[in-house]
Design a protein around this ligand. Structure first.
Ligand SMILES: Cc1cc2nc3c(=O)[nH]c(=O)nc-3n(C[C@H](O)[C@H](O)[C@H](O)COP(=O)(O)OP(=O)(O)OC[C@H]3O[C@@H](n4cnc5c(N)ncnc54)[C@H](O)[C@@H]3O)c2cc1C
Length: 466
């Protein structure tokens, strides 16, 4: 068990302020509102999370107040009696956790299960899959037990073929692979079956039904987690970007613009918003990527019927540069996808136009329906295309991150797992090998955006041609 520690006086010099990042500065500006539908529809946090001033000490410092950081902090405080402080550059949930699509479903890795089984072994692949299933339950349990009303909608997830060549036999082969490798049976649905389920769009060619997962309001869930962490005695410092992370004897010193936090152990939970210069142990090891969302005005029952799309089941398409979409409880339609390469405001306008084009292609009956919200954010990839959870090089330093655009559910598992390791309650072997493999640097990390540009060009061509 960990124990809370008392305050200690300041000691070390403040490190240099580093602020380098891969994308346009607009993406890291915590001042303007995100502009999301979630922000407009979630009750406020209702608690103060003032910035860190002067010097404070805690046993475990967590950097980043998204799902990962808050889940880890809550677990450490409640289950392991630790004194925990969370440092967040914006407000809690400012990152991807407050602005995602709310798909709480299988996911976390971009690597296919076939390659995963060859690389890590079938048993370890199955352990990773079991962890993903467990994490969907953990999110629902957390909401139920803590009274978090996150607008949960059921129904699983359907992967829709966007071309005839990605339907039929290809869907059957995916079904076989899932059944054989991870024991999940996913029915293949033709267009008639989809229409009967209230899923009639244009340009879809059948789908694969994954009978797992729920939709939720991401910011309501996030704020519920933040309240639970504060109630459990966690200190959350908002508007406190860590600009340097230094070793000081057996401790760490975390430097923010107005204060310093000394901690025995540190968890990095900065995911796609990790900046290389302030988070040196992760420098060059992560690939942030943009994802964007449009949300329409509420569709009337007649408008939904006119398109034949009345179901609230979560969907994604078969494009390699995929879209994810769902009807929200108040009748709005959420349509998300790739968010471009530069991150500049001009590029944002282009992403919005691209999303709108594909939305209208699949939902011609809704061409007149206005977009009311558009926003974007950063997800996080690694070179091996799997998440990382556990200890980094050096004593006392941990991370849980890189869910490949699919962390709404898996952060619940990852946050608990990293907390248990930090507390010494479980060792690395408790994790599937998929998650604890070393986190390698990208070759020539300054070329990361060039790699992404190349990959997008290839994937875009594959989506159009095959
Ligand atoms: C547009 C979009 C749509 C998505 N849709 C889905 C979806 O439908 N389903 C799904 O499963 N996943 C989705 N995701 C991914 C999912 O949101 C993430 O995987 C998940 O939220 C990651 O949570 P996290 O806590 O690890 O990171 P984040 O929520 O990104 O939190 C990291 C936090 O660290 C803070 N931070 C960074 N650097 C510092 C620093 N130096 N000092 C202090 N704080 C710092 C940031 O401000 C940020 O708040 C989506 C992501 C985006 C952007």
């Amino acid at each position: 068990m960990l124990t809370a520690r008392s305050m200690t006086p300041p000691g070390a010099p403040v490190g240099a302020v580093f602020l380098s990042s891969l994308y346009h500065p607009a993406l890291y500006d915590r001042d303007p509102p995100v502009g999301s539908y979630w922000e407009a529809s979630a009750p406020p946090l209702g608690r103060e999370t003032p910035p860190l001033h002067d010097t404070a000490t805690c046993e475990v410092a967590v950097i980043g107040a998204g799902y990962t950081g808050l889940t880890a902090a809550l677990t450490l405080a409640e289950q392991h009696g630790a004194g925990v402080a969370v440092l967040e550059a914006g407000t809690p949930g400012w990152g991807a956790s407050g602005r995602n699509g709310g798909f709480c479903c299988l996911g976390g890795a971009k690597l296919g299960y076939g390659v995963m089984a060859r690389r890590y072994g079938l048993a370890e692949t199955r352990r990773f899959f079991a962890a993903q299933m467990e994490s969907i339950d953990l999110v629902q349990q957390t909401c139920a037990e803590r009274g978090i009303d996150a607008d949960i909608t059921g129904g699983g997830e359907i992967l829709l073929a966007h071309k005839a060549s990605r339907g039929g036999a290809v869907l059957q082969a995916e079904r076989e692979e899932l059944r054989e490798l991870v024991g999940l049976d996913c029915p293949v649905l033709d267009n008639d079956a989809l229409a009967a389920r209230g899923l009639a769009g244009a340009g879809f060619h059948g789908g694969l039904e994954l009978p797992l997962g729920v939709g939720l309001h991401p910011l309501k869930y996030l704020r519920g987690l933040a309240r639970a962490a504060l109630d459990a005695g966690v200190t959350v410092y908002g508007h406190s970007p860590v600009t340097a992370l230094q070793r000081e004897g057996a401790d760490f010193l975390l430097v923010t613009p107005r204060g310093r936090l000394r901690a025995r152990k540190v968890i990095l939970a900065t995911n796609g918003y990790t900046e290389d210069d302030s988070m040196r142990p992760l420098a060059g090891r992560l690939m942030p990527a943009l994802s964007s969302i449009i949300v329409t005005r509420p569709l009337s029952a007649a408008e939904q019927k006119a398109q034949g799309w009345t179901s609230m089941v979560m969907c994604a398409d078969s494009r390699r540069l995929l879209h994810y979409f769902r009807l929200l409880p108040d009748g709005r339609f959420l349509w998300g996808g790739r968010g471009g390469i530069s991150g500049s405001p001009a590029a944002a306008a282009r992403s919005q136009a691209r999303l709108r084009r594909t939305f209208e292609h699949h939902y011609p009956a809704w061409r007149h329906v206005e977009t009311e919200y558009f926003w974007r954010g950063l997800v996080c990839l690694t070179k091996p295309l799997v998440p990382f959870v556990g200890k980094l090089e050096g004593e006392g330093l941990y991370a849980a991150l890189a869910y490949h655009g699919n962390g709404v559910s898996f952060t619940a598992w990852a946050g608990r797992a990293v907390a248990a390791q930090v507390a010494g309650a479980q060792g690395a072997e408790a994790l599937p090998a998929v998650l604890r493999a070393p986190l390698p640097r990208f070759p020539l990390p300054f070329l990361r955006k060039a790699y992404l540009t190349g990959a997008y060009a290839v994937y875009g061509a594959q989506d159009a041609l095959t």
